[in-house]
Design a protein around this ligand. Structure first.
Ligand SMILES: [Zn+2]
Length: 253
């Protein structure tokens, strides 16, 4: 019996675990990750993601955030080093993934997480929806990324000039409802609209920041998975704002 993923006679999995343990010992990160792997052992083995095609993606939470911001700095300065092409997938990535960060991003077509963080295939686990807020489906994806794929970082990524935020401001200001399901977005963002103090031209940006803060808090407190990982120091949940004009991501929280 594999003591990590509950698979009987799973020699291949045990070899993979042994390889990971060796790497972690070398990296000096065994104590935290040993806990993370152990916490996954109660889950169905069919969901276990015991593949480590990118050893360089096994990072402590603070190192993961530093790598994300360093990639954004390269992007802003036009000094990118990663290949944005997703063609010709490397052999290791065909059978699994171990992204070092999960991103909860707006669906806006002008924002590209892999591009703005100068990362490649297999590095980021990206969940997107207009307004970058947490709902059940987004939470499920992020729990999967953090627990099963063992990503040590989640970033909620808002952006300037966000149409979803503008719609939410308009809905509150003019007391209007949008057609179809669009109003769901405005309603979800209403709390951020009401909390944001700043009026005038920068109100959209201020509400976007408030929305990032609210969703970071919601993720940090969500149970049963994320809060446990955060409390154990195995997961960091941060919030950033992408500036459409400069491409720079600034930490909000
Ligand atoms: Zn947006």
């Amino acid at each position: 019996m594999c003591n990590l993923c509950d698979i009987k006679n799973h020699a291949a999995a045990n070899n993979a675990h042994a390889g990971r343990r060796s790497f972690l010992k070398a990296a000096g990160t065994l104590p935290l990750w040993a806990g993370a792997i152990g916490s996954a052992s109660f889950l169905p083995s069919a969901l276990a993601a015991d593949v480590t095609p990118k050893p360089e993606n096994i990072l402590m939470p603070d190192a993961a955030l530093a790598r994300l911001l360093a990639g954004n700095k390269r992007f802003v300065e036009g000094d990118v080093i990663k290949n944005p092409s997703f063609k010709n997938i490397p052999v290791g990535l065909r059978y699994g993934q171990n992204p070092y960060a999960c991103i909860l991003s707006c669906a806006d077509s002008r924002v590209g997480p892999e591009l703005c963080f100068d990362e490649g295939q297999g590095d980021l686990f990206v969940a997107r929806l207009a307004g970058n807020y947490v709902n059940t489906d987004m939470l499920a994806s992020l729990e999967y990324g953090a627990l099963m794929l063992k990503s040590p970082l989640i970033m909620v990524l808002g952006h300037t000039e966000c149409g979803a935020i503008s719609a939410a401001i308009k809905a509150e200001k003019d007391n209007v409802d949008f057609p179809g399901h669009i109003q769901v977005i405005a309603s979800k963002l209403d709390q951020a609209v009401r909390l944001a103090k700043l009026e005038g031209g920068k109100r959209t940006t201020e509400v976007a920041k408030e929305n990032v803060r609210l969703n970071v808090v919601e993720l940090r407190q969500s149970t049963p998975i994320l809060r446990k990982l955060v409390d154990a120091g195995q997961l960091k949940i941060a919030g950033g704002l992408y500036d459409l004009e400069t491409g720079k991501v600034s930490l909000v929280v």
